[in-house]
Design a protein around this ligand. Structure first.
Ligand code: COA
Length: 198
């Protein structure tokens, strides 16, 4: 029997999953837990393989890591330094995005959105927009966070448009940010100031 995600969240004292109507399909967005580690790992290895220009990590680097590494990345601990949200379409993990909290006293007002990926067959349904909204909501509820930053490959038009449409602004351009074979990739640095929109 499947458990009720809202009741389960209440029992654990965490935010309940958010049900959203995407452009076409019904989707659930919720924070991943260590039980999702294998699905999360599979999705990210797919991401690194099919869009290498979008990520700093490579398949070889990440597939060598044990499952515990992925479990710790989605730990449910209250003081976890990072968390990952997943969007589910018909029970399938369709996309993910993470939020990493800075730990040092003078930089803990900042957090970083990382690891955004939506499976190709699930794109154009509002999945990424729902993930960004969820991540920004969590950042707003985190008492220390005042700024959310991210980096995005300059030529990645869908991702740049996504972030701009969610209120992020570019504050810098980093040439030679990533080296892929003998090619260099330029990254845009973007930020979102909590509390400045809606
Ligand atoms: C970028 C990505 C996450 C978008 O996912 P998605 O679920 O298809 O995006 P959504 O349907 O939520 O679209 C939200 C907005 O993003 C922008 N967008 C998405 N796809 C776009 C495209 N192909 N061209 C231009 N803009 C696009 C639009 O502003 C869109 O809003 P609109 O539908 O009102 O026009 C997805 O294409 C992806 O996973 N790409 C590969 C990985 C990647 O680039 N990750 C980002 C790393 S920084």
């Amino acid at each position: 029997m499947r458990s009720d995600p809202s009741a389960e969240a209440k029992r654990k004292g965490v935010a309940p999953p958010v049900e959203r109507q995407g452009h076409m399909k019904h989707q659930i967005v919720r924070r991943l837990t260590p039980a999702d580690a294998a699905d999360y790992r599979a999705l990210m290895l797919e991401a690194y393989a099919i869009v290498p220009d979008a990520f700093t990590s490579s398949v070889a680097e990440r597939e060598a890591l044990p499952l515990q590494w992925w479990e710790s990345r989605i730990s449910e601990a209250a003081d976890a330094p990072e968390l990952v949200c997943g969007a589910f379409l018909a029970d399938e993990l369709a996309g993910v995005a993470g939020l990493r909290f800075e730990q040092r006293e003078r930089t803990k007002h900042k957090s970083t959105l990382f690891g955004m990926f939506v499976r190709p067959r699930c794109r154009g349904e509002g999945v990424a927009r729902a993930l960004v909204a969820e991540i920004l909501g969590l950042a707003e509820r985190s008492p220390a966070t005042e700024v959310v930053q991210l980096t995005v490959t300059e030529s990645n038009v869908p991702a740049v448009r996504l972030y701009e449409s969610c209120g992020f602004e570019t504050f810098g351009t980093e040439p030679f940010a990533v080296k892929l074979g003998d090619r260099f990739i330029t990254k845009l640095h973007m930020w979102y100031r909590i509390g400045t929109t809606t």
